[in-house]
Design a protein around this ligand. Sequence first.
Ligand SMILES: Cc1cc2nc3c(=O)[nH]c(=O)nc-3n(C[C@H](O)[C@H](O)[C@H](O)COP(=O)(O)OP(=O)(O)OC[C@H]3O[C@@H](n4cnc5c(N)ncnc54)[C@H](O)[C@@H]3O)c2cc1C
Length: 435
Amino acid sequence: MNWQEWAAKQGIEAVTNPLQIAKLSQDYYHFSPVLTPILEHKRADIVLKPATEEEVIAIAQACVRENTFLTVRGSGTGNYGQCVPLEGGVVLDTTKLQRIIHLEPGYTIVEPGVKLAQFEQQAQAIGWEWRMVPSTVRTATIGGFIGGGSGGIGSILYGQLRDRGNLLGARVVTMTDPVQVIELEGEAAQVVNHAYGVNGIITALTMPLAPAYPWDAYGVTFADFDRAAQFGLALGNCDGIIKKLISVFDRPIPEFFTTLRGQVPPDRCLVLTIVNHNDRLALTELARFWGGELVSIDKPITAIECTWNHTTLHARSSDPSLTYLQCLYPDLETIAHLRELFPEELIMHLEFIRSAGKVVAAAIPLVRFTTPDRLDEIIKIHETNGVFVANPHTYLLEDGGMKTIDREQLAFKQRIDPKGLMNPGKMRAWLELNQ
Ligand SMILES: Cc1cc2nc3c(=O)[nH]c(=O)nc-3n(C[C@H](O)[C@H](O)[C@H](O)COP(=O)(O)OP(=O)(O)OC[C@H]3O[C@@H](n4cnc5c(N)ncnc54)[C@H](O)[C@@H]3O)c2cc1C
């Protein structure tokens, strides 16, 4: 079928320019030297940009009728080729689905293409904000965050997206014949949470909000990494200081942060934190107790865009041989042990978060890449030491995440995408079933 003609008849915006299609078929998988050669040449046949749910339904219906693969894309800032169309077909770009359907203190209902930062400006005007955002807050969509993200700035208060209560509901367009629109509430919505868009097109999300504090950003510098990590953990555990970010960087990472030049000394270990304005004194005293020196950062966004996977972005701009891992360390002793094991290959970067009621060290350490085998070996040694690694060097949903097959997610896909047209090749459970 001629998709360009079809889209024109429907009045749906289509992108047909090969250069633009190439751009809209990619994400940030290039942080991974393993994924780059596999994904860099993958292309959609066409990119369609629906502006309403009716247009989404029309596209889904046409794909089902024509047996055409469909891959949903928000802003394309995912890190593992999550929205790269492995088999071509249609890329459905959600960025015109930008309506805030409902906003009141405590929660919101939004279309998936709503940009996180734009929404936040409106919510903050009534004293509320997202519970958590990724460091890509200025570009990412809420649909993409739910479809492919995990957590970020705010996770030290509210945990991760997968935690109960952090997603209240989703409205989903199916790929059945005929296409249906279904509402998922509460726990039932978990099947589309972090599903890489393999099991339905989200057209609305009901999200809880958090009270917005007047936030200030600080750097706390230390001569020694262990002290910086201990301070980070102590700050995480200090319930009286309200904070939404605690990131810890070993040397030489602060040197990579060009936007912080003149604000923090680049030659010391660094903790970046964002705390409630009124907690400055308490933070200053805690920093002093641990031997750190406190400096103010001009704006929270300057700090945010150095943390989470922005750290890897800045590091790779200075040294493209660097890549990364995503870890959950059991304790600070294990971190110290692994730093000793890989003095030349691992540069530590921690993000303290709240997990099941405890403050834990999530981490996105930088790794000096040599070969895929050595990268696997470094991952295995981490695992042998009790570290959970969410491998960012695979595009397979399960292998990058919890490593187990999610039966409910699979059953839901069988029900709503029986032909397996959505984001093909990304779900191991589906591939194994249909081999
Ligand atoms: C520099 C950098 C820093 C980052 N920091 C963080 C971080 O702090 N925390 C974090 O969690 N992630 C982070 N990421 C990853 C990514 O930016 C976030 O997950 C972001 O929220 C993705 O949003 P997006 O709009 O770009 O989604 P996309 O990349 O476009 O899509 C992500 C996934 O969601 C699916 N999807 C999108 N919209 C829909 C929909 N409507 N229905 C169904 N499925 C859909 C897509 O198919 C894809 O599988 C980072 C990435 C980079 C490059």
